[in-house]
Write a protein that binds this ligand. Sequence first.
Ligand code: NAD
Length: 433
Amino acid sequence: MKITVVGTGYVGLVTGTCLAETGNEVVCVDIDKEKVNTMRNGNVPIYEPHLDVLFERNIEANRLKFTTSLDEGLEHGEIVFLALPTPEDEDGSADLSYVLNVSSEIGKKIKTYKVIVDKSTVPVGTAEKVKAVIAENASCDFDVVSNPEFLREGFAVDDFLKPERIVIGSSSEKATQLMQKLYAPFVRSGNPIIVMDEKSAELTKYAANSFLATKITFMNEIANYCEKVGADVDKVRAGMGTDSRIGKRFLFPGIGYGGSCFPKDVKALQKAGKNENYDFKILNSVIEVNKNQKTILLPKIEDYFKGDLQGKQIAIWGLAFKPETDDVREAPAIDMMNGLLKKGAKLTVFDPEAIPNIKKQFGDKLNYADSMYQALEGAEVLLICTEWSIFRTPDFSRIKKELKNPTIFDGRNLYNVDDVKKEGFKYVSIGRN
Ligand code: NAD
């Protein structure tokens, strides 16, 4: 099939590449000239495990092409995916300007039947808006389908190739059949393609992300309470998670959720509720708790230094909002670093992939280390903000040798408390002391 993908970020590029992998001819359109040049030169502009192999293979096979021209893209594809940003607007709602502006252009440009597929995360009613905007100028038939994306950064290729489910919101039989044909190779093991109306599809994505953010936040509150009463959140987690109604996943406490999705999606659903005079009380709390959680270690670090962080050098491991990505959008590390810098601390940071993105925001306010151990040189203490697997079994004797004070503030509960203490460290983690 001939496919066009507009927007080649984490979602669009993975979508385009994986659809090419099943034999489709894909043209990806992006407004960012530098990005398109990078891709035309055979380089993947983001860090996403396993993407490079598929990317190279499909470019070589001539199934994956890149352009800055929307005309060229629309000339090509019968199915046109919108994988455009829907960032948080000033009032917390989802900013639909990217989606609606491109839709308006599509209306002016299409000459033959197209299915416009919204893969961006958008509020209920957006498919209707997209339809209306295209219809203003369209001189041919078209359908609009809502197809929210559930991939996780860091596992995006696997998630796309083997999705647990695909959600299609559509009121057109023709468009639904095309989508089912396109996705059939990805659900051969029997995972469902769930077809529903557009509004329900749009809400499914917000409901899923808000539920996951709530689950994390609930566990963070349990962890905070554990600290008050001397319980151990690891044990509570194990005891709870074995209940199949609860499940083991998403129960790990830490310094809050971040990323380009959960924070903005929870806020967008909260705001969408307000627009209908519905107060999502749970989401209000999730947002508030998570905001505090991101800097929950800050007062502990301050206490450790008796309130004086001026000139204190702190090593930080992990900057990305989660492991296996270079994405730093809304990363808890950013809140921690801003808090520490404000108090006068000096920071030497290390992340396996995210340093270029952090440099764009922090420039020379930070010292950047080339390795996890180099970050420790001359530092008083170590702070861990992201659970990259290379941090899980470090050489503790080396950490101890490098740090002026053998102390670890661990925002991701990477180590066994007793083990680290036996190694001679003071160890501060979440919900376990
Ligand atoms: P992104 O910011 O990584 O990528 C968006 C891309 O769109 C950029 O390359 C940008 O240059 C391009 N773009 C902007 N305006 C354009 C235009 N007019 N024409 C062509 N290209 C244009 O975004 P993302 O993380 O891929 O997210 C895209 C959507 O998918 C969002 O709605 C997001 O909420 C949703 N989503 C993201 C994830 C995720 O893990 N990142 C997962 C599921 C859903």
